[in-house]
Design a protein around this ligand. Structure first.
Ligand code: NOJ
Length: 540
């Protein structure tokens, strides 16, 4: 087997929000040279790839999710030589690079849109979705996810254009084959530069209903009007699958590349829809994000059931991936009451599932969220919906490298304030403490990287009646591992018979323990302490 054939299946992928990771030039905003400076850390952590949130030229209305040139790096982050150097140095360190491609929309400053907006009869017009008014009003009732109606009137032509997010983010018209051709060329540009894969932003939104039918009403979960519609006509259109099949074939003309897609669904998640984007025959996205775990309470049964549904939705042909946090949702540790012991259990769950784990920068040190004050808000969502929605700045604060201002090595203020806890909780202090969360992540990633059962083995949840405890087995041809996770603060007793049955051996060894203390054994059981996780294998 080619050693690298399935890097995206077997390794841990680390998401960097470039604005917040490492500033190298003292402007308070992270950049590519900053990431280059931190490659040694990432290598030490043991991850296989980094996914960079968008770094392309952009007016930054949505911090890069509004691209005005797919082929050049925004000056805030550096230049094209810097990305070439990052790709080269990352590869030398055994780290692959995944770029974030925003293909549902561009910036309104993209030359395609500027051209498109010039008037009606010219080729770029149909790169975007323009519609005549209907009875003097907007073409339909579709809403923008970031507030207001999804249509913006253009006085030059007397038509409206569609924007699923901000009005500065016009939606591309994927029904036009020229759009597909143009985008595939942009992808090739980066594939030829040896980029290893793409994360595709809201990829299930790219095709819209041809007749622009109104969405049916839905009982919303939030005050957002967008949530009061069932999005059956402005997302998940069947034609999307055909496009993704072609995109995958295009990517596969290069060796060892991958696509991971963001599938926008409402809470509490929709694993079956998400799985469908990996293709009936596994011929669309290589991986698709199932956000169910971004919203779940920390309960053993809920975690198990949700995971089971995800595995069942994918079947054996499609590979799962796992994610607890990202730049759009409250960090997992904060959702779990800022309790590190819970974060440890969640981390162990993430790193021992069958499938590719994704980490969000800072997750490995238990970085927490804290709302910014109103005058510090940067995120357009926060600006629009404050105080009902605080926006996403809390989860995008600067990486906590050390007790002094190590994110930006000057006295300037970072673009978002540090979390108040950064002086005591940071990479430096955690490296110095072998029992820290950071060491826990690193050790478990190292075990995983060298353990066939954890990387590619089957998974089986064991049925039992011990409350709050998850028990599952990972098994490859040669190896068998048992994972025990106590989701409660109370001690739980695990019968030796369960362990012996799972491992096929009455004796066992501890490969990993989330706590430092010795394991307490009775004659016929072991005691799991509160929020303790264990990884066991057979043998003395
Ligand atoms: C999803 C991205 O993750 C989010 O950050 C962005 O604002 C929207 N897509 C719009 O591109």
């Amino acid at each position: 087997m080619n050693r690298f054939a399935s890097w995206w299946k077997e390794g841990v992928i680390y998401q960097i929000y470039p604005r917040s990771f490492q500033d190298s030039n003292g402007d308070g905003i992270g950049d590519l040279r900053g990431i280059i400076e931190r490659l040694d850390y990432l290598k030490w952590l043991g991850i296989v790839a980094i996914w960079l949130s968008p770094i392309f030229r952009s007016p930054m209305h949505d911090f890069g999710y509004d691209i005005s040139d797919y082929k050049s790096i925004d000056p805030i982050f550096g230049n094209n030589d810097d990305i070439d150097e990052l790709i080269k140095k990352a590869h030398q360190s055994g780290i692959r690079i995944i770029l974030d491609m925003v293909l549902n929309h561009t910036s309104n400053q993209h030359p395609w849109f500027i051209e498109s907006a010039k008037g009606i009869p010219q080729p770029k017009r149909s790169f975007y979705i323009w519609q005549d008014p209907v009875k003097g009003k907007k073409p339909n009732k579709w809403k923008a996810a970031f507030g207001g109606n999804a249509w913006e009137f253009d006085a030059v032509s007397g038509q409206y254009y569609l924007h699923s997010f901000l009005k500065e983010q016009p939606d591309l018209n994927w029904r036009n084959p020229d759009v597909e051709e143009a985008i595939f060329k942009e992808l090739s540009f980066w594939l030829e530069k040896q980029v290893d894969g793409f994360r595709l932003d809201v990829i299930n939104l790219i095709v819209k209903d041809e007749a622009f039918r109104n969405n049916p009403f839905a009982w919303g979960q939030t005050i957002r009007p967008y949530d009061m519609q069932q999005h059956i006509f402005d997302r998940d259109r069947p034609e999307t699958h055909e496009i993704l099949k072609r995109m995958r074939s295009h990517i596969d003309t290069y060796e060892n590349r991958m696509l991971v897609g963001e599938i926008m669904v409402e809470k509490p998640g929709n694993p079956r829809i998400v799985a469908s984007y990996q293709g009936e025959d596994g011929d669309e996205l290589n991986l698709a994000f199932n956000f169910s775990f971004n919203w779940l309470p920390m309960k053993a049964k809920t975690f198990e059931q949700t995971a089971q549904i995800w595995y069942e939705s994918l079947g054996l042909q499609r590979w799962p991936c796992w994610v607890l946090s990202n730049h759009d949702v409250t960090r997992a540790i904060t959702r779990f009451g800022n309790q590190e012991e819970k974060a440890r259990i969640a981390a162990m769950f993430l790193l021992t599932q069958k499938g590719t784990p994704f980490l969000y920068y800072g997750e490995e040190i238990g970085m927490k969220d804290k709302r910014v004050t109103r005058n510090q808000i940067q995120d357009p969502v926060g600006k629009r919906y404050w105080p009902f929605h605080p926006g996403r700045d809390g989860q995008r604060r600067p990486m906590q490298w050390g007790p002094s201002r190590q994110f930006c090595q000057s006295d300037v203020s970072p673009w978002l304030p540090y979390h108040p806890e950064h002086k005591k909780n940071n990479v430096e202090t955690q490296i110095a403490d072998v029992n820290s969360l950071l060491h826990m992540y690193r050790n478990l990633i190292a075990i995983r990287n060298h353990d066939e059962a954890l990387r590619i083995g089957r998974i089986k949840f064991l049925q039992h009646d011990i409350p709050d405890v998850l028990c599952y087995v990972r098994e490859s041809e040669a190896l068998i591992r048992l994972i025990l996770l106590n989701f409660s603060k109370k001690e739980r007793e695990i019968p030796s018979s369960l362990i012996a049955h799972a491992l096929g051996d009455p004796s066992f060894r501890v490969l990993f323990n989330t706590r430092q203390d010795q394991i307490q054994e009775t004659s016929d059981s072991i005691i799991l302490r509160g929020y303790q996780g264990l990884l066991l294998c057979e043998g003395e």
